[in-house]
Design a protein around this ligand. Structure first.
Ligand code: DGL
Length: 288
């Protein structure tokens, strides 16, 4: 079988579920002709409250699945998986493997003038200390204020992006960061870009919000250029989306994250990836 040239291969992207589609949306904006193969591990969602060992196991299984396709790069769109498993994944494959933590941390450091940087994420991502280490590696003298905000993910999934309750919870979570005078806040979770309005209002105009998704898309574009792997075909590609389970809110939230309609979503059992897949378009009327 003839192998595809590298530039024509897809970018393999995964997340614990559908929040990673915020990263995909930024990649589409930056690289409209790159083909994406996405995997959302809805069966194991949420990653943010699971153990490091479990996250490493799931991430490895997903990367092995993605490697069945002609891909040229792996993007770990999930902050928790990036925090817990990026080293393992980089050791598993020769493909360039990019997580969201490094690009987000670098941009957070760049955007801070006063050296007081905040980072928010899931409990797993914050407890892992990955963002804190990545920030210190760049600039050891900064003060870091980290806070897990576990209720933000369900609020986004409920669609309460601008709800009174969301403001109240954000006020509570972000209080310490605010009184400590940070001027840069890293949104270290796939779902948080959708809460930018609330977080921005609570933190006030003096705080720049750093979106890991946007920074990761830039890093993906730069890496493809450097490795001479960017597609040379200016043709709109057809993307593929795989999930380990369907959920009732999948289409609604997925489309919110992606900013466009979601089609061709296929369910696959990672323990038996050769088995028949269900096509989401056939079952969507049942679960929506
Ligand atoms: N995708 C996860 C992250 O960015 C958030 C949702 C979850 O906890 O699985 O950390």
């Amino acid at each position: 079988m003839n192998e595809l040239p590298d530039d024509q291969k897809a970018i393999g992207i995964f997340d614990s579920g559908i929040g990673g589609l915020t990263v995909v949306a930024e990649i589409f904006r930056a690289l409209p002709y790159e083909k994406v193969i996405y995997f959302g591990d809805i069966a194991h969602l949420p990653y943010g409250s699971k153990s490091r060992n479990a996250i490493r196991k799931f991430s490895l299984q997903i990367v092995r699945f993605l490697l069945r396709f002609p891909i040229k790069m792996i993007v770990v769109a999930c902050n928790t998986a990036s925090a817990d498993a990026i080293d393992l994944l980089q050791d598993t494959t020769d493909l360039p493997t990019i997580g969201v933590v490094q690009p987000g941390a670098i941009a957070g450091v760049k955007s801070s003038k006063n050296g007081r940087i905040g980072v928010i994420g899931t409990t797993g991502a914050i407890d892992s200390g990955a963002y804190q280490r990545a920030i210190r590696d760049r600039r050891p003298d900064v003060e870091i204020f980290a806070r897990d905000c576990p209720l933000f993910v369900p609020l986004v999934e409920e669609g309460w992006l601008d709800h009174d309750v969301t403001y109240q919870i954000a006020e509570r979570y972000l209080y310490d960061l605010k009184i400590n005078g940070i001027d840069s806040l890293i949104l270290g979770c796939t779902h948080y870009p959708l809460l930018k309005t609330v977080i921005g209002k609570v933190m006030g105009p003096g705080v720049s919000l750093v979106d890991s998704a946007t920074e990761t898309a830039k890093e993906v574009a730069d890496t493809l250029d450097e490795l001479d792997m960017a597609t040379s075909l200016p043709i709109p590609p057809s993307h593929r989306y795989y999930v380990s389970d369907f959920s009732p809110y999948f289409k609604r939230i997925g489309e919110l994250c992606l900013g466009r309609p979601l089609h061709h979503v296929i369910r696959v059992d990672l323990d038996q990836p050769d088995n028949i897949f269900d096509d989401f378009d056939h079952v969507s009327n049942i679960i929506n």
